[in-house]
Design a protein around this ligand. Structure first.
Ligand SMILES: [Zn+2]
Ligand SMILES: [Zn+2]
Length: 117
Protein backbone atom coordinates (compact mmCIF):
# COMPACT_ATOMS: atom_id res chain seq x y z
CA UNK A 1 0.00 0.00 0.00
CA UNK A 2 1.16 3.53 -0.62
CA UNK A 3 1.50 5.77 2.40
CA UNK A 4 -0.89 8.38 1.07
CA UNK A 5 -4.40 7.97 -0.27
CA UNK A 6 -5.29 9.01 -3.78
CA UNK A 7 -6.53 12.62 -3.64
CA UNK A 8 -9.46 11.90 -5.95
CA UNK A 9 -11.04 8.72 -4.65
CA UNK A 10 -9.53 9.02 -1.16
CA UNK A 11 -8.43 5.44 -0.69
CA UNK A 12 -5.00 3.97 -0.47
CA UNK A 13 -3.97 1.84 -3.37
CA UNK A 14 -1.45 -0.92 -3.95
CA UNK A 15 1.76 0.42 -5.42
CA UNK A 16 3.13 3.95 -5.81
CA UNK A 17 0.99 6.92 -6.73
CA UNK A 18 1.46 9.26 -9.64
CA UNK A 19 1.34 13.02 -9.18
CA UNK A 20 -0.14 15.95 -11.05
CA UNK A 21 0.70 19.57 -10.30
CA UNK A 22 -2.02 22.02 -11.30
CA UNK A 23 -1.29 25.71 -11.69
CA UNK A 24 -3.97 28.15 -12.80
CA UNK A 25 -3.11 31.78 -13.50
CA UNK A 26 -5.77 34.31 -12.62
CA UNK A 27 -4.30 37.69 -13.40
CA UNK A 28 -1.54 38.21 -10.86
CA UNK A 29 -2.84 35.33 -8.76
CA UNK A 30 -1.83 31.75 -9.10
CA UNK A 31 -3.94 28.91 -7.79
CA UNK A 32 -2.48 25.50 -7.63
CA UNK A 33 -2.30 22.17 -5.98
CA UNK A 34 -0.43 18.93 -6.06
CA UNK A 35 -2.67 15.92 -6.47
CA UNK A 36 -1.55 12.44 -5.60
CA UNK A 37 -3.30 10.11 -7.96
CA UNK A 38 -3.73 6.42 -8.54
CA UNK A 39 -3.36 5.48 -12.19
CA UNK A 40 -7.13 5.02 -12.60
CA UNK A 41 -7.90 8.53 -11.38
CA UNK A 42 -5.03 10.02 -13.39
CA UNK A 43 -6.39 8.35 -16.52
CA UNK A 44 -9.86 9.67 -15.73
CA UNK A 45 -8.52 13.24 -15.51
CA UNK A 46 -6.49 12.91 -18.70
CA UNK A 47 -9.45 11.56 -20.66
CA UNK A 48 -11.90 14.18 -19.32
CA UNK A 49 -10.41 17.63 -18.73
CA UNK A 50 -7.05 16.52 -20.02
CA UNK A 51 -8.43 15.58 -23.42
CA UNK A 52 -8.55 19.33 -24.15
CA UNK A 53 -5.00 20.10 -23.11
CA UNK A 54 -2.04 20.45 -25.43
CA UNK A 55 1.20 18.88 -24.35
CA UNK A 56 4.14 21.25 -24.28
CA UNK A 57 7.02 20.07 -26.38
CA UNK A 58 10.68 19.97 -25.43
CA UNK A 59 11.31 23.54 -26.55
CA UNK A 60 8.82 24.78 -24.02
CA UNK A 61 6.67 26.05 -26.83
CA UNK A 62 3.00 25.97 -26.02
CA UNK A 63 0.19 26.24 -28.44
CA UNK A 64 -1.83 29.41 -28.23
CA UNK A 65 -5.52 29.06 -27.80
CA UNK A 66 -7.82 31.91 -28.72
CA UNK A 67 -10.84 30.00 -27.47
CA UNK A 68 -11.50 28.33 -24.15
CA UNK A 69 -10.02 24.86 -24.03
CA UNK A 70 -13.22 23.43 -22.61
CA UNK A 71 -16.24 25.36 -23.96
CA UNK A 72 -14.78 27.16 -27.01
CA UNK A 73 -15.75 30.60 -25.67
CA UNK A 74 -13.64 33.42 -27.03
CA UNK A 75 -10.76 34.25 -24.67
CA UNK A 76 -9.06 36.86 -26.81
CA UNK A 77 -8.92 40.37 -25.32
CA UNK A 78 -11.01 42.02 -23.97
CA UNK A 79 -12.06 38.66 -22.55
CA UNK A 80 -9.80 37.39 -19.78
CA UNK A 81 -8.05 34.08 -20.29
CA UNK A 82 -7.02 31.77 -17.46
CA UNK A 83 -4.01 29.68 -18.46
CA UNK A 84 -3.71 26.29 -16.81
CA UNK A 85 -0.46 24.38 -16.55
CA UNK A 86 -0.44 20.77 -15.47
CA UNK A 87 2.67 18.68 -14.93
CA UNK A 88 2.09 14.95 -14.68
CA UNK A 89 4.54 12.55 -13.13
CA UNK A 90 3.19 9.14 -13.87
CA UNK A 91 4.98 6.38 -12.06
CA UNK A 92 7.41 4.70 -14.40
CA UNK A 93 7.06 7.36 -17.12
CA UNK A 94 8.71 10.63 -18.03
CA UNK A 95 7.26 13.91 -16.89
CA UNK A 96 4.67 15.41 -19.25
CA UNK A 97 3.65 19.08 -19.26
CA UNK A 98 0.23 20.15 -20.42
CA UNK A 99 -1.28 23.50 -21.14
CA UNK A 100 -4.82 24.73 -21.45
CA UNK A 101 -6.50 28.11 -21.62
CA UNK A 102 -9.82 28.66 -19.92
CA UNK A 103 -12.58 31.24 -19.81
CA UNK A 104 -13.64 32.54 -16.44
CA UNK A 105 -16.53 30.18 -15.80
CA UNK A 106 -14.56 27.09 -16.85
CA UNK A 107 -11.62 28.25 -14.72
CA UNK A 108 -13.93 28.52 -11.73
CA UNK A 109 -15.21 25.03 -12.40
CA UNK A 110 -11.62 23.74 -12.40
CA UNK A 111 -10.85 25.50 -9.13
CA UNK A 112 -13.85 23.81 -7.57
CA UNK A 113 -13.31 20.38 -9.08
CA UNK A 114 -9.66 20.13 -8.12
CA UNK A 115 -9.88 22.28 -5.00
CA UNK A 116 -7.15 24.59 -6.28
CA UNK A 117 -6.07 27.17 -3.75
ZN1 LIG B 1 -7.73 7.27 -7.29
ZN1 LIG C 1 -14.95 27.94 -21.06
Amino acid sequence: MSIYPCDVHHSRVVGPLSAAYFGLLRGADRSGRKLRLCSTCLDAILTSDGSHWASIDGDGQSQDFDVCTACQANVQPPEVAYPLFVTVYRKGSDRVDYYGNYCQSCAERLVERYALT
